[in-house]
Structure formats: C-alpha cells, structure tokens
Design a binder for this molecule. Sequence first.
Ligand code: ADP
Length: 414
Amino acid sequence: MNILVINCGSSSLKFQIVQTDLELIEKNADKQLAKGLIERIGSQALVSYKAEGQSAFKTTAPIRDHKAAISHIIQWITSDESQIPGIKSLEDIHAVGHRTVHGGETFSQSVRIDNDVIKCLEDNIDLAPLHNPANIKGIRAAREVFGPSIPQVGIFDTSFHQTMPEENYLYAIPYQYYRRYKIRKYGFHGTSHRYVSYRYSVLENIPKDKTNIITLHLGNGASACAIKGGKSIDTSMGFTPLEGLIMGTRCGDIDPSIVEFISHKEASSMDEVFNMLNKRSGIMGISGLTNDMRDLLEEEAEHQDRRAILAVKMFSARIKKYIGAYLSAMNGADAICFTGGIGENAVEIRQRVCEGLDWFGIEIDNKKNAATVGGKEGIISKKDGKVKVYVIPTNEELIMARDTCRVVMNAPLS
Ligand code: ADP
C-alpha cells in the first residue's frame, strides 16, 4: 500500500509517502518514497518536495488553503517529474494518515476517520485551540480531494499516554474539574515516544512488555516519558504542551502563582501572560538571545555569554530532574533514549544531562557520544554500563503510515 501521511499546521503542511503493508511491517522493510513541505499557506507559499533518490524540487506558488496544498502535492507526486515508482495517479495512493494533536480521552489509539470522529475532534478543540483546527482543516481537505473511497486515519499525539494511571494523570485540584472539564495530564509527542520505544525493542531484540526505558524527545518542544512494559506511565507535558521540560520558547514547570503575580504587577491580561509563557520563555527567555539550541551552544562556546550558559545549564538540569523522578517511579530503567533535533544532535546537552548520574549506573562514552549525530542511531553509554544510553532518531511518519495500514486492514495495532 502507498500511504500518504500528512501533518497540518495552521499555515503549513508536511507530508511523506510510505510504501508499507502487513508483511513489510513484519520484516521492518517499509519504504519512504517521497516527502515534502509547504509553508506559508494562504499567500505565496514555499514548496519543497523530494522523491527518494532524486534531488529536491523547490518552488513558490500561490496556495490559498489546505485543500489547494493537497491538490498541489497530488499534482507533483503523480507527475512524470517526481518519478516516484508506482505512483502515476490519485488511485495509487491507497490511504491517508493524519497527525492529530489532541484526541482527549476519546482516542486511546489510531482510528479510521468518519463524521463521528471529526465531531469528536471538534469537541476537543477547546483542549488544543492552536492545533486541532488545523488538523481538522487538513482532514476535510483530504476528504474533498480524495473522495470517500480512500480511507483516512487519525493518529493522535495524546493516545500513547492514555495508559498513564490516574495517580499520574490527575492534578491535585478539586476532582470536579476533571469530571466537568476533563482537566488532567494528556501528554504529547506520543507518536515519537512510541516510535523510540518500539525501535529500542527492535535494537535490543526484546518484546514490548520488557521495554522499560525513559525517552527524551528534545526539539523545539521537549518532553520526557517513563515507559514501563512498553506503556507510557508518565510524561512531562500535561494538560497542554506548556508543562514539564524547559523548551525553545515554553517555560515548562513553574509555580502557577507566577501567572497571577505578573498579571497584577504588569497589568497584563491572562492571554498576555500565557503568550509570554508559551512564546517568550524557555531558553529564549533565559538567554534573551535565541530559542534555537544550536545557536545557543555556539553563543556559549564563542562568547561565553553568561545567560547563554545559564540557559544551557537550566535546560539540562530540568531533564536530569525528570530522569531521577522517573527512575524512582519505574523502580529503575534499562535505558535512557534521546531523540528530536537536540536529542539527536547536541552532544554537549547529552553529556550534561548524563553527567553526575553514575550513581544510577548512567555513564556516557565521550567518543561514542561525539560520533552519534546527524541521524545516526546507536548506544552512547560506556560498555557494561548498568543503564544504556541510546540515540534513536525519531520517525513519527513511519508509525503513522503503519497505523494507517493496520487500521485499514483491520489488523491489531501494536
Ligand atoms: P521541532 O520540535 O520543531 O520538530 P526539532 O526536533 O527539529 O524541532 O529540533 C529543533 C532543535 O534542534 C533546535 O533547537 C535546533 O537548534 C536543535 N538542533 C538541531 N541540530 C542541532 C545541532 N547540531 N546541535 C545542537 N542543536 C541542534
């Protein structure tokens, strides 16, 4: 089957085409055929497409909305120019998988999208006002372009964390707020944590129920996940993606009283304060320089900027704190797995995070750490270390394509 996986933002659309079926999944032999990105939908859009083994194709085009973006993609993938093997017309795409940010408590796994599912997503808009509307737009657009005969599947960022026990997902506020408004920890980046957990079990050749690890997805957004027996039992993001680790521009954990205090002192509205916590905090807020870890590390190395150094220290220290908490929640773990742009590339951050954790049996081999960058996968801990440390480049699209295939084939989801 050729599966188109789509990830819609408010003005962007990322896609991949993956060839997969139940046999290819079993053999771990699925193939990525093409990928691409359309940015600035709604005006003169920036388009970049790449078929496997071909050079990238870049252009600009007036793209009005998500439907026009999907039509643009279809035009390219079915053209002679793209040279994607086996794809000549719309009928050569057999199913579409949509990344969907918030499934609330309704979706604990990927589902075939029908009108009822769209209605549930609309009901969950309250929980993810920034993301779900864009996802719904993408789903409606794909349904219009492909018609009703091509199945569409929703894959939720939250569903992997639906296995958390209630003592971990509830907040200690009056219980009625959970009952009335479903205020609880949902967690995000679920598809990435799930991929890393699956991939670790493949690399270690162990079954899912023996997978006891801590995964660290460190990108612009960042989250940690405690995975016991292959299931998420706790994660650092919460009701929204604002909680937990320090991120590019998000503050992570803070005392909620700060919100009221700043609002009062600066005569700012709640919206203004939350905008600051989401968009001007994190490593950006501390360093006052950048939200980008690569730039921050360069600044730290070249100019010894005090606040750049502080931001790096705080970012790493918060991750350590979560590792400690999860090791105790899980009664120990077999591995710590780094992923995401920072987790896959930032040697210094990995080193700082693991520094001083030798008491737990976590020790990094500096040579291996330095060599495992740029999409490389591997172990970076010392030989015979009690807890292995892995770098596992994430591949959310693979999980999305496989789930889409399994849902369409009525096969059990892993
Ligand atoms: P997103 O959450 O937007 O998907 P990514 O997973 O792509 O983010 O991660 C982006 C982050 O990864 C940025 O902070 C970027 O600076 C960082 N990053 C990418 N490459 C490197 C590198 N070589 N060294 C340090 N940080 C890096």
